[in-house]
Design a protein around this ligand. Structure first.
Ligand code: ATP
Ligand code: MG
Length: 871
């Protein structure tokens, strides 16, 4: 059975059981501080389980893109080494939100596997929760046991412990016992030797879990205790690639048609064969797996970057590059070439891959190239470290520096050292790594209390589109303590005018005032899933009273100018550059706006002018805001609204229109474009391959900008003695400056020459060494030139020069290579030791080294000491 058919059979089966089939949610989460990526099928439905939102249908089924590379579920290091864990994988799932429970979930799982897919019962095992005698004191799941008994013989129902059979979303939240379904796909011969029963949950590559049925019936509270959930839910997740392995009769996920096209392509490009040598196979699996994860993330709008989710993606790609570099001998970019076949094979189920193929290729190629450059530099640095090291062990500190500062992977360091017959102080490295981890853990440590609920209310309503003030009641609050912000309170109201950060727009600030005149400042507003959270330093005194909640209208207004201008900018870019322009990120602040978009070359000054003119024409055109709330997404799209990849839209959307600009948007906007007054681009540049960034300002910020520019202009003109043509005057100055520099350079060369002549005559022979220690008046470059030129005439030279420059001291030591070898002299050591006289230090190579210091008075002493090295 082809993988495509396996996927659709699953969805069709649950559709027949009255489930709504929904598309996969984007993999990168935006409104969830506890999770970076969707790591299981249930993550997009968290709000339904927590009771913060209601699904339209209480039965849902889908295939969800999951990524397990960070946090509680992190399989990254396994990937490549085993045959059944991936970074990105599809999880097939069916859900019941307070509807059916264990009986149906078990019956349907059995029916699907054995009847629809025709899997032989003989290879199946199931597990049920055995209960726990720890603090939770949970009973065994006899209910599930009794249901399973109807389908499968009891010798293949195994009891499992809390680790395997009690599923928890995270530290807090819904949880419950689960039943896993395992397959044993070993040969009859193997089975005769060891029973499958003894291999369940033992990391055997052919006895693996394929499906987990979770029975959500508890909620884990912050204090660690469990309470019963008011409604019981079903959450199931089946690994699509593992299911394909079983149904296609192969022994590895990588031998299914999900992966073989990628593997064949890697073989063609690298001219290495899969299935011959283990380390090559690992590398091929790593690359086939990682290219999927990276491509899907980019398609979802998450580009590789230096922090957060982007950094995780960058690390995945780098891991792939590293394996290609080390084990497949690929020193140039090639992973991007796999995107073509990937989008051909998976583009039907995931159209975002097809639509953005070119962008994905460009981004991956650029990332690969830049990391390969890093690897090259790292190799040079590593060689230098090797040269400078005495003995056969490289210190952990040095290796850590290479890893931390230059991004040079530690396993590569170890490998290269091994080839050179050197060792790495692994303990020292681990200690450095641990130190760094402790530092960042301390910085991000946070404790979150349980919510104190004052009264239960319907969903918190946002009224901030229509008003900046409202009378509100506190429904719940909690305290959060972190290193970064200290003690903070998070407040939730029944209704709120405060806009929570989202869609690129910053959260509102403002204050709360009670009837007694007590005021609390709201410092920020954010959304956690569906809940709007207000951040305050203190808890209000009279928590049960009604407050007047007031949004900072000035900040809101400036932000709105920037948000509306962002829409106009988006429209302008598509108009001026073409409709290949797609929004790739946006940040709307009160002071400026930032807009990232796909486009392949730098904007010309004329294009920038056209974009500005386009936006400003719409500002002076006084276009009114036309807002449609809660309309079906299809209606908005039919009107001409653009939907973005990687954005999660509900069934109904809000459409914002100014003239011909129509966007699906939850943000706040000016009532009329005339309010913006003026739009000005202040920078344009690249953020990644094929992604450009524009920063712009509006309204008062533009006035300030012009004023400051004008001021700078007049100051410059003043400095240029009020030249009529200041640009020309500046160019003349620059030219003059270049000429002067040239003259100085040639004068210095002459000086060096005459000094060299004089120095040669001052050489003193001691013990067969031409020796000189002297103070000279040249810059560092000049000294080096003189030393090396003299050096070329002798093979037994020892020079130590001292220089005073700008109140600082410099010692430079040159020793002929022959002396370094025959007399065990080392310039690096000389300057390190003599550095103490000038209160400084330095180093370099055995034949040339320098030390800088802050005490020029010590130069003479240092020069005097130098003789001891040769006598
Ligand atoms: P395992 O013990 O094999 O790592 P798990 O207990 O982590 O599995 P669940 O969290 O229960 O798995 O996820 C449900 C299903 O998703 C599993 O039964 C499996 O088929 C699949 N799955 C889990 N992790 C991965 C992964 N990294 N790659 C591919 N499939 C996976
Ligand atoms: Mg796992």
């Amino acid at each position: 059975m082809k993988s495509q058919d396996i996927r659709s059979k699953f969805l069709n089966f649950f559709e027949e059981k009255k489930h709504s089939i929904v598309p996969s949610a984007p993999m990168v989460l935006k409104d969830d501080p506890t999770l970076m990526f969707v790591n299981s099928g249930m993550a997009p439905f968290k709000e339904y389980f927590l009771g913060n939102a209601q699904p339209k249908n209480n039965r849902i089924s889908d295939s969800q893109k999951c990524l397990r590379v960070s946090g509680k579920h992190n399989d990254l290091e396994e990937v490549g080494y085993d045959t059944y864990h991936h970074t990105l994988f599809e999880m097939l799932g069916n859900w019941s939100f307070g509807d059916y429970f264990k009986k149906e979930a078990i019956a349907w799982a059995w029916e699907l596997l054995t009847e629809v897919y025709g899997i032989d019962e003989e290879i199946l095992y199931v597990t049920v929760f055995e209960g726990s005698d720890d603090a939770d004191n949970l009973p065994m799941d006899t209910e599930a046991y009794d249901f399973w008994k109807q389908y499968i013989t009891e010798d293949r129902i195994l009891k499992g412990n809390k680790k395997d059979n009690f599923w928890e979303m995270g530290e807090q939240g819904p949880c419950g016992p689960c039943s896993e379904i395992h397959v044993d796909i070993r040969s009859a011969e193997e089975k005769a030797k060891v029973s499958g029963k003894d291999l369940i949950n033992k990391d055997h590559p052919q006895v693996v879990e394929i499906w987990n049925l979770v029975f959500m019936q508890y909620n884990r509270k912050a204090n660690g205790s469990l309470e019963n959930l008011p409604d019981k839910h079903i959450d199931t997740g089946m690994g699509f690639e593992r299911l394909c392995m079983v149904l296609q009769g192969v022994q590895s996920n990588y031998d299914t048609d999900v992966f073989t096209p990628l593997i064949r392509e890697i073989e063609t490009i690298t001219k290495k064969k899969y299935g011959k040598l283990e380390e090559v196979d690992v590398a091929i699996r790593v690359i086939a797996d990682h290219v999927r994860a990276v491509a899907f993330s980019i398609a979802d709008g998450q580009l590789p970057s230096n922090n957060g989710a982007g950094y995780v993606i960058r690390r995945i790609l780098r891991r792939a590059v590293r394996y290609g570099f080390t084990f497949l001998g690929k020193k140039e970019a090639f992973i991007y070439r796999l995107v073509d076949i990937l989008s051909k094979k998976m583009g039907e189920a995931f159209p975002e891959l097809k639509a953005q193929k070119q962008l994905i290729e460009n981004v991956i190629k650029e990332e690969e190239q830049s990391f390969l450059r890093t690897l090259d530099q790292g190799l040079v640095l590593l060689n230098r470290i090797v040269e400078e090291t005495k003995g056969d062990t490289i210190s952990g500190e040095k290796a850590f520096e290479l890893y931390d500062t230059y991004g040079f992977p530690i396993d590569l360091t170890a490998l290269i050292l091994g080839e050179k017959k050197l060792k790495l102080d692994e303990k020292g490295f681990d200690a450095e790594l641990q130190k760094q981890k402790n530092r960042s853990r301390a910085a991000s440590e946070m404790s979150t209390d349980d919510w104190t609920v004052l009264f239960d209310d319907e969903e918190e309503e946002f009224v901030g589109y229509d008003t900046l003030e409202a009378h509100v009641k506190l429904t719940r609050y909690r305290k959060v303590v972190s290193k970064k912000d200290g003690e903070m309170y998070q407040l939730v109201f029944n209704i709120t005018p405060f806009y929570p950060e989202g869609g690129g727009q910053v959260g509102d600030k403002g204050y709360l005032e009670d009837a007694h005149g007590d005021v609390i400042y709201i410092l920020d507003t954010k959304k956690e899933n569906n809940v709007i959270i207000h951040f305050a330093k203190n808890l209000p005194k009279h928590i049960e009273e009604t407050f007047k909640a007031v949004v900072d209208s000035k900040q809101r207004y400036r932000t709105e100018c920037n948000h509306t201008a962002t829409h106009l900018l988006h429209q302008a870019l598509r108009e001026v550059l073409g409709i290949h322009v797609e929004q790739k990120g946006s940040a709307v602040h009160s002071k400026y706006l930032r807009f990232d978009f796909s486009h392949f070359s730098k904007l010309t000054i004329e294009e920038l002018r056209d974009v500005e003119n386009f936006v400003n024409a719409r500002i002076s055109g006084k276009l009114p805001l036309i807002e449609k709330r809660n309309i079906p997404k299809e209606e908005a799209i039919a009107d001409g609204a653009i939907s973005l990849f990687g954005e999660k839209y509900g069934d109904t959307v809000r459409a914002i229109r100014f003239g011909q600009s129509i966007e699906l948007c939850g943000g706040t906007h000016v009532k009329n474009t005339a309010d913006i007054w003026h739009f000005k681009i202040i920078s344009e540049g690249a953020v990644a391959a094929g992604i450009r960034r524009i920063e712009a300002i509006t309204n008062d910020a533009v006035k300030d900008f012009y004023f400051e520019n004008n001021r700078a202009y007049f100051e410059m003109k003043d400095l240029l003695n009020n030249a009529k043509e200041p640009v020309k005057a500046l160019q003349n100055l620059q030219e003059e400056n270049t000429n002067l520099k040239k003259q100085i350079e040639s004068l210095l060369k002459d000086k060096a020459k005459s000094i060299k002549g004089a120095l040669k005559s001052e050489l003193q022979e001691i013990n067969g060494i031409q020796f000189l220690a002297k103070k000279i008046d040249l810059d560092a470059g000049g000294i080096k030139d003189v030393a090396f030129e003299l050096g070329s005439q002798f093979d037994n030279l020892f020079l130590l020069f001292g220089t005073e420059q700008n109140g600082k001291a410099l010692l430079s030591c040159y020793i002929s290579k022959e002396l370094v070898a025959s007399r065990a002299l080392n310039a690096g050591q000389v300057v390190r030791e003599l550095g103490k006289y000038i209160q400084g230090g330095g180093g370099g190579q055995p034949f040339f080294a320098t030390a800088g210091g802050k005490n020029p008075d010590g130069i003479d002493e240092a020069l005097k000491e130098a003789k001891k090295y040769v006598s």
